[in-house]
Design a protein around this ligand. Structure first.
Ligand code: AMP
Length: 463
């Protein structure tokens, strides 16, 4: 379906054309017509499906057409978008800038972790669309810099993550200050009962749209798992990166501390790496992202909170250095690769304690993740069972590792050369030539990296 049939105004359509979009994505096809008709909407969709345009285009249409178009003076916020993280808020702001560039509407993005002065200044100059993380918004509201009494459209994006991050009380306070007469949109990657309850409370007879069940999205991603002792993970990662010639690799750790430590370990063996997590300053996060998007990306080691919702093209590999705390997060993580129809590779390093979560992931995604290799001594019964279940795919994946008695730094050198030609295709084709790997799919034991991940961290911390 083309955008022409969606009755969007010419100024919006022109921006869509300039973005090079020809066909509406499924979520856009399903969401735009009811939104154009003024309906409330609950959307179950992940980042990567085109959901931002699905809510931004009809909103821009609505705000830029009709008699209520404001004059330069006295512009007030008429659309409020709430998002869980600074990165997602910035991305949404970018989308409004791109899609709204011919509408004459103004937008602004506010989030915590940076000085409030420029944000206050922008708001004082008048904005039509405000994209915000809940904490900073509430802060500025309490200081009297932001009023929401003219809001016509309220959009909650990644609602499940906002709840996970403990924003519910802030959200309630904010929503209470938005006029009841409004259009409300709620997007969420998952639909747990709390989200449904909020939708019942805040939305009026919403249209429900849902796209790409998560398991469908992950199908095009080549997944595998290595069984590995916790203490061997960093070493395994260095060798994996070297052998894969991975082009743009996102590595997930569960904790900020774990991310920093891993970056140190990789750097020590000559692999460029940067961390992105909630303790980093906004500037450091933006800098790391810019480098990651660049021509010669470092390995980006991220915690979930910093990376969910990020839209980065061309991620060739996702490595789950630690298993996530829920299967949904696994799906989000690996969804960073394989975007826009591209193929991607996702590999998981699973230690003994993480096996329960691995099984849970397999249950939710309704697929067995092929075993690539590794051996956790003393638990062979479980492992051989898994290898059998991995079937022939396991044989392919086992080739991730060649015989590598050389140390990690030698491999890091290899990586420099390999990375020029490396691509996800390599994963599929390299196998035959590399046997090795230690018979039972094991990985070679070389020198050890640092110690254990710190335990007992909070599930999430605020961005
Ligand atoms: P989102 O799910 O909003 O993060 O969008 C994911 C990516 O899809 C972004 O890079 C958008 O620029 C892109 N996109 C959104 N809509 C379309 C479309 N109709 N055709 C092609 N690309 C699109």
């Amino acid at each position: 379906m083309s955008f022409e049939g969606l009755e969007l105004s010419e100024s919006v359509l022109r921006a869509v054309r300039e973005e090079g979009y020809e066909l509406a994505t499924p979520i856009q096809k399903a969401a735009i017509p009811p939104l154009m008709a003024g309906r409330d909407l609950v959307g179950c969709a992940q980042t990567g499906t085109g959901k931002t345009a699905a809510f931004a285009l009809p909103t821009l249409h609505r705000l830029s057409s009709g008699a209520s178009r404001p004059r330069e003076q006295g512009r007030k916020v008429r659309c409020l978008v709430l998002a869980p993280t600074r990165e997602l808020a910035s991305q949404i702001g970018e989308s409004f800038r791109a899609y709204g560039r011919f509408t004459g509407l103004r937008h602004s993005v506010i989030f915590g972790g940076v000085g409030q002065h420029p944000q206050v200044k922008a708001i004082r100059q008048g904005v039509d669309i405000l994209v915000a993380t809940p904490g900073r918004l509430l802060d500025l509201m309490n200081q009297g810099y932001v009023t929401l009494d003219r809001v016509e459209v309220l959009i909650l994006d990644e609602a499940d993550q906002m709840l996970d991050m403990g924003f519910i009380h802030d959200l309630r306070r904010i929503v209470a200050r938005v006029p009841k007469q409004r259009q409300t949109l709620l997007f969420s990657a998952t639909m747990p009962p709390e989200i449904r309850r909020l939708a019942d409370e805040w939305l009026h007879q919403p249209e429900s749209v849902s796209v790409a069940p998560q398991s469908t999205t992950v199908e095009k991603i080549s997944q595998s798992v290595y069984f590995v002792e916790k203490r061997e993970k960093a070493d395994l990662l260095a060798r994996y990166l070297a052998e894969q010639g991975a082009r743009r690799t996102l590595v997930f750790t569960r904790t900020k501390h774990g991310a920093d430590k891993l970056v140190k370990n990789l750097t020590r063996v000559g692999i460029r790496a940067q961390a992105i997590h909630g303790n980093k300053s906004q500037n450091a996060r933006q800098h790391a992202l810019a480098q990651f998007r660049g021509q010669h990306p470092p390995i980006l080691v991220a915690t979930d909170i910093a990376s969910r919702g990020l839209d980065i093209d061309g991620v060739s590999h996702v490595v789950n250095f630690d298993l996530p705390l829920s299967p949904e997060i696994y799906v989000h993580r690996i969804g960073r690769t394989g975007r826009a129809g591209a193929e991607g590779i996702a590999v998981t390093f699973c230690d003994r304690e993480e096996r329960g979560m691995l099984r849970e992931i397999e249950r939710i995604t309704r697929q067995k993740i092929p075993v690539a290799g590794g051996d956790v001594g003393g638990d062979r019964g479980e492992r051989s069972d898994r290898v059998e279940r991995g079937g022939h795919q396991q044989d392919d994946r086992r080739r991730h590792f060649s015989d590598s008695r050389h140390g990690a730094s030698r491999q890091a050198d290899n990586r420099q050369g390999a990375s020029r030609q490396g691509s996800s295709r390599r994963h599929a084709s390299q196998g035959q030539s590399q046997g090795g790997g230690g018979g039972g799919g094991g990985y070679p034991h070389t020198k050890k990296f640092g110690g254990q991940r710190s335990q007992g961290q909070r599930r999430f911390s605020r961005a």
